[in-house]
Design a protein around this ligand. Structure first.
Ligand SMILES: [Zn+2]
Ligand SMILES: [Zn+2]
Length: 375
């Protein structure tokens, strides 16, 4: 297990559950991609490339949760190596499968999107932002330590997929003027539906757990309930005075205001990149041989591969925008020790005391954490 997390603690159990889920999914995926003559990955299926990408995206996220890998570049390299091995071993003659460059690119697209979102969801900030991130991580561990929570998540994802698939087909039939692609958009609708449902359940679970944690005051490193001692009984971490103080965060309107700019930039980037790519292709196609060949190759790809290429671009921009939103919110939280997060009152002359102080203007609780004290 991870270096500092003692056996049996909530953080340990959450990691163990993630490892079990990862190994089961990895074994299932390896069998599915190597099963002799399986039709789904043989190139006939209309959602083959989308299935490849979502499979590897899901495996990447699970591998991150196992805590076997601590750095995102390592996660990317390992998953890319796995995807390569997965394709190369399909060339073994007895399996009657074949190694496919397009499949491999689809795997890499899924890995890239997953790693971008893992990076976007990483803890950010130094002061209050970092403290809130630790509380959240602690609540998530507490939730995922319970095996039943994983089944609830899987059930929510399955229901979300069942609801999302027909919506995807419906959206396709509305917007597509050309031949309809019910399979591909049904698949994308199912993936999005599963993601939205699982995320909604996870988010409500984290909030519920967080409220509970304010009473239990667990160790922020391993999740073991506070036994009234200065140090965690399980992992030895010294409990901070402010670990579970009632300092408030930003209100929803302020968070929304901080997200306007990254979201607008993200939408603009998708539109600009789209038109720039079309303009570049159409103007250079007749003059540059390589562009011509790329254009022919792309046009000759199966529909699901082209949809996957577009979806990957949109998802990467979306992950960037999400990371910017989170960074801005964490940055604003970090200012919480110097300026009241509710009324803006300058708190630099106010002594916070051991477990946090109160704004003299509006009475809102505040703390100074790490770097926050120096601002
Ligand atoms: Zn601990
Ligand atoms: Zn105030």
């Amino acid at each position: 297990m991870a270096d500092i997390i003692p056996r049996g603690t909530p953080a340990w159990r959450a990691t163990r559950n993630a490892r079990v889920a990862f190994c089961v999914t990895a074994a299932f995926s390896a069998v599915a991609t190597h099963w002799p003559r399986l039709a789904l990955a043989a190139g006939d299926s209309p959602v083959d490339k989308l299935a490849h990408a979502s499979n590897f995206a899901f495996l990447s996220v699970l591998l991150w949760r196992t805590r076997w890998v601590r750095r995102i570049p390592v996660l990317m390299a390992l998953m890319a190596a796995w995807a390569t091995l997965d394709e190369v071993t399909q060339a073994i003659p007895v399996l009657h499968r074949h190694a496919d460059l397009d499949d491999w690119l689809a795997d890499l697209a899924g890995i890239a999107v997953a790693c971008a979102f893992v990076a976007a969801f990483r803890p950010m900030g130094h002061g209050l932002g970092a403290l809130f991130a630790r509380r959240r991580a602690c609540a998530l561990d507490g939730l995922l330590a319970n095996g039943i929570a994983w089944f609830h998540l899987a059930t929510a994802a399955a229901l979300g997929a069942a609801a999302g698939a027909p919506l995807g087909v419906l959206a396709d039939s509305w917007f597509q003027r050309k031949a309809p692609q019910p399979w591909q958009y049904g698949f994308i609708g199912a993936v999005l539906g599963a993601g939205v449902a699982a995320h909604a359940l996870l988010e409500s679970g984290i909030r519920w757990r967080m409220r509970r944690n304010f009473a239990v005051r667990p160790c922020l490193a391993c999740g073991t309930p506070h036994a009234g001692t200065a140090q965690c009984a399980a992992c030895g971490r010294v409990h901070g005075e402010i670990d579970w103080c009632d300092a408030v965060g930003l209100d929803g309107r302020e968070e929304g205001r901080l997200c306007v700019k990254p979201v607008a930039l993200g939408v603009a980037a998708v539109i600009v990149l789209n038109f720039a790519a079309i303009a570049l292709l159409t103007s250079l196609r007749l003059h540059v041989d390589a562009v011509m060949r790329f254009d022919r190759w792309f046009a000759g790809l199966p529909t699901d591969a082209r949809i996957l290429a577009d979806a990957t671009g949109v998802a990467l921009v979306g992950a960037w925008a999400l990371a910017q939103c989170r960074r801005r919110i964490a940055g604003a939280l970090d200012q919480g020790g110097a300026r009241c997060l509710r009324c803006g009152f300058d708190l630099q002359a106010t002594a916070p005391g051991e477990g946090g102080g109160r704004c003299p203007e509006c009475g809102t609780g505040f703390v100074r954490v790490g770097d926050g004290a120096r601002h």
